[in-house]
Design a protein around this ligand. Structure first.
Ligand code: 5AD
Ligand code: SF4
Length: 358
């Protein structure tokens, strides 16, 4: 298996068959080699610095009904909330004071927020915190809405495709929601000029290794600036509440594989990974991740933004979280970066075509 890792590091891609073998058949020794190579690539691009993002969960209303997610519209057990503009600006002020230079505004697909309202919030953050980047993660919208938000000053947009297989996607979402539309939105976001993020859940129900390999080729083709990879975690009150969580090892392998495919991509050690395993964040970084995204949401809404059960650090204040993260990063030889942490294009000397199979 070791030679697959070296081939991947050298060429930036593998055949579909070899990707499958590596993802499903890797052993502890191969994993150690894979993570070490991915880590070396990450530190050659980012040094030992980890980018910091403050997550502000500004609304948990959602019109969609994704089968895996605790915020799905059918989940009557959720107390819905929407933060006012001033509350959001308050979170940013606290975050700015604590050293955050990126705010990630995340919500469900909230039909009760007009694009103009969200654009107004973006403009206010842009004016109030001119040295900070603004990332949005609020689901799919019409192209003109994405454009209005970009023009208001948003820099980045996160929209996971979840799975590129139309059949698999349909088993995770109710009728009428299609992956093709998500892909179209991702292409629009890139065209507009957003630093764009996509990604998948690892171990979502019915997912096969072949699905994941297709996701790798999709991501190689799309070339998003950010790639979010986290394990599926079951959530009470959803149709998938009794399903098994995704695997830690496979999630780490995927982080490392994507780092070798895309040296300059911004790859977070996700909260889901930290929720799956007490050292998930550190393990993610040691497998090649370079971003952490602690929660800046007001304490009184934290518990209500429940995508899945057992969300890590839900009880920590932003300041405590920041200090705790800094300690943990130092413990594995990393430090927090001071700046906005934008994506930078690093020319990839490997000419081989990532994105073409076999
Ligand atoms: N487990 C893990 N991740 C989840 N998400 C939603 N529900 C879950 C879950 N049960 C992820 C989705 C979505 C992101 C905001 O959170 O991938 O894109
Ligand atoms: Fe809504 Fe996002 Fe949850 Fe789907 S994953 S139900 S779009 S909040």
């Amino acid at each position: 298996m070791r030679h697959f890792v070296d081939e991947l590091a050298d060429r930036g891609t593998l055949s579909k068959e070899n990707f499958s073998l590596l993802l499903s058949g890797s052993d502890a020794e191969t994993d150690a080699h894979l993570f070490a190579r991915a880590r070396t690539v990450a530190t050659s691009v980012f040094g030992n610095e980890i980018y910091l993002r403050g997550l502000i969960e500004f609304s948990n209303f959602c019109r969609l009904n994704c089968l895996y997610c605790g915020l799905r519209s059918d989940n009557r057990g959720v107390e819905r909330y929407r933060l006012a503009k001033d509350e959001i600006l308050g979170c940013c002020a606290e975050g700015r004071r604590l050293g955050f230079r990126t705010f990630v505004l995340q919500s469900g697909e909230d039909a009760g927020i007009q694009t103009e309202t969200l654009a107004g919030i973006v403009r206010a953050i842009r004016e109030g915190f001119p040295d900070c980047a603004i990332t949005l993660s609020a689901g799919e919208m019409a192209p003109e809405d994405f454009r209005a938000l970009f023009e208001a000053g948003a820099d980045r947009y996160l929209l996971r495709h979840e799975t590129i297989s139309p059949e698999h996607f349909r088993r995770l979402h109710p009728p009428g929601v299609e992956v093709a539309s998500r892909v179209a939105s991702l292409r629009v976001l890139k065209e507009i000029g957003f630093q764009t993020g996509s990604g998948i859940m690892v171990g979502s129900p019915f997912q096969t290794v072949a699905n994941i390999v297709d996701d790798l080729f999709f991501l190689a083709d799309l070339r998003p600036e950010m790639i979010g990879i986290g394990p599926f975690l079951p959530c009470r009150g959803t149709p998938f509440e009794s399903m098994a969580p995704g695997s830690l090892d496979l999630t780490l392998r995927l982080i490392a594989v994507l780092r070798l495919m895309r040296p300059d991509a911004l790859i977070p050690a996700t909260t889901a990974l930290a929720s799956l395993h007490p050292e998930g964040r550190e393990r993610g970084i040691l497998a090649g991740a370079n971003v952490v995204m602690p929660n800046l949401s007001p304490m009184n809404v934290r518990a209500k933004y429940r995508l899945y059960d057992g969300k890590a650090f839900a009880g920590l204040e932003a300041a405590e979280m920041r200090d705790e993260l800094e300690r943990r990063l130092a413990g594995i030889g990393y430090a927090m970066a001071a700046g906005r942490g934008d994506h930078r294009d690093i020319p990839d000397p490997r000419s081989a075509g990532a994105g073409t199979a076999d």
